[in-house]
Write a protein that binds this ligand. Structure first.
Ligand code: ADP
Length: 381
């Protein structure tokens, strides 16, 4: 895009608390987002994602702590800068276009505060509409556009004034799978072209892994982990994060040795290796959280007995096959292999230590709807 914009904003949350009556929606959130970063906040329904992004936008008032943009407080217990003075734009789940304005009118509306001439504004709006593939739809009203087209207009409207911060509130949730994937790529490339800082909320872990420079995981109003996708995937801070970001399954075991952040664990009579977060000792009962990508299927060999399992289900996925296997009393899902292993086949599982994380048996977490549904997340390239 040709027109220069605001420099990207650095975002700070310092001990931010937000309550709705007796409900504490955000507990003491500390978070620093570097200028120009694309951050995805991931969590199940009710974890506080909307409250967090709405507080940042200035739509909600915080109860304690401080919110800063480029180090300047925009909200604390007394101060509250309104949304229009925060140099940001937001893309919503339900598009939120003005129904009485055309696509062009919606995009031009975002430029009204820049006090530029009508011809100039229309020129810039046209340029951005063309960038999102809607040059031919500029004169249509929202009800004359599909959901995906409306969201492209909303995206164009968000970026046209080149704000320093772009906020995305589950923008792909109302679109079907194929369109979701295409628009995700558009959001990613267009946002990075503008150079703006981006904060994006979602409950979809594959969306988070695909988009983010950094992922923050929210659990019941608390930020439980913040880091690059690779860290979240390989070193999930607790069982909740592990479950919510995609497991093949969990298996019980006993620690046989501890060496730095590596542990040996006996699982179903076999020694497997994994990682831990430093609180484990020899003899401790554990749960091993197993990533789907960590599991390789092999053939049983009498000379090298391994962790044996039975194939319960197999699904063709184009590039290969996803298997569900039963290992003792435990199911592991989303196990990929180039070859089809038929239902009922006895196989051996080879577990990569980088995808197995051991947690003390007593640290339980509630199952969330999303964590139960998650079966497989591929490691981002
Ligand atoms: P998410 O976006 O992750 O689904 P929310 O931020 O919407 O989570 O909600 C976090 C918590 O705050 C939930 O317990 C929710 O019920 C509560 N909550 C959100 N908005 C309100 C409100 N306006 N009044 C009362 N409680 C609310």
């Amino acid at each position: 895009m040709s027109s220069p914009g605001s420099p990207p904003l650095e975002v700070g949350f310092e001990g931010v608390v937000k309550r709705y009556g007796p409900v504490t929606a955000l507990h003491d959130i500390d978070l620093r987002i570097g200028a120009g970063q694309f951050v995805v906040l991931l969590g199940p329904s009710g974890s506080g994602k909307s409250t967090l992004i709405r507080s940042l936008a200035g739509v909600e008032r915080i109860d304690a702590g401080r919110l800063t943009l480029n180090g300047q407080a925009v909200a604390d217990a007394r101060r509250h800068l309104p949304p229009e003075r925060r140099n940001l734009a937001m893309v919503f789940q339900d598009y939120a276009l003005w129904p009485h304005l055309t696509a062009l009118g919606n995009v031009c509306y975002a430029l009204r505060r820049l006090r530029i001439g009508t011809a100039d504004a229309r020129g810039r709006a046209h340029e951005v509409l063309e960038r999102v593939g809607l040059a031919g739809h500029a004169d249509r009203y929202p009800h004359e556009l599909s959901g995906g087209e409306q969201q492209r207009v909303a995206l164009a409207r968000a970026v046209v004034a080149r704000p320093g911060l772009l906020l995305f509130d589950e923008p792909l949730s109302n679109l079907d799978a194929d369109l979701r994937e295409r628009l995700r790529v558009e959001i990613s490339t267009l946002t990075r072209e503008t150079g703006a800082t981006a904060v994006y909320i979602t409950h979809d872990q594959s969306e988070a892994f695909a988009l983010a420079d950094q992922i923050g995981v929210l659990e019941a109003g608390r930020l439980v982990q913040f880091g690059p996708p690779e860290d979240i995937y390989h070193r999930p801070a607790n069982r909740f994060v592990a479950r919510f970001t995609g497991l093949a399954g969990e298996m019980p075991g006993v620690v046989t040795r501890v060496s730095g952040d590596e542990v040996g664990i006996t699982v179903s009579g076999c020694e497997v290796r994994g990682r831990h977060h430093g609180r484990l000792h020899q003899g401790d009962p554990v749960r091993v959280a197993i990533r789907p990508a960590a599991v390789r299927i092999g053939q049983p060999a009498p000379s090298a007995p391994g962790l044996t399992a039975t194939v319960v289900d197999v699904a063709y996925r184009g590039r290969g096959y996803d298997h569900v296997v039963r290992c003792g009393d435990h199911m592991l899902t989303g196990i990929f292999d180039d070859r089809r292993h038929p239902r009922g086949a006895r196989v051996v599982l080879d577990l990569a230590p980088s995808g197995c994380v051991a947690y003390p048996e007593d640290t339980d977490v509630p199952q969330t709807r999303n964590s139960r549904e998650v079966t497989a997340v591929r490691i981002p390239a």
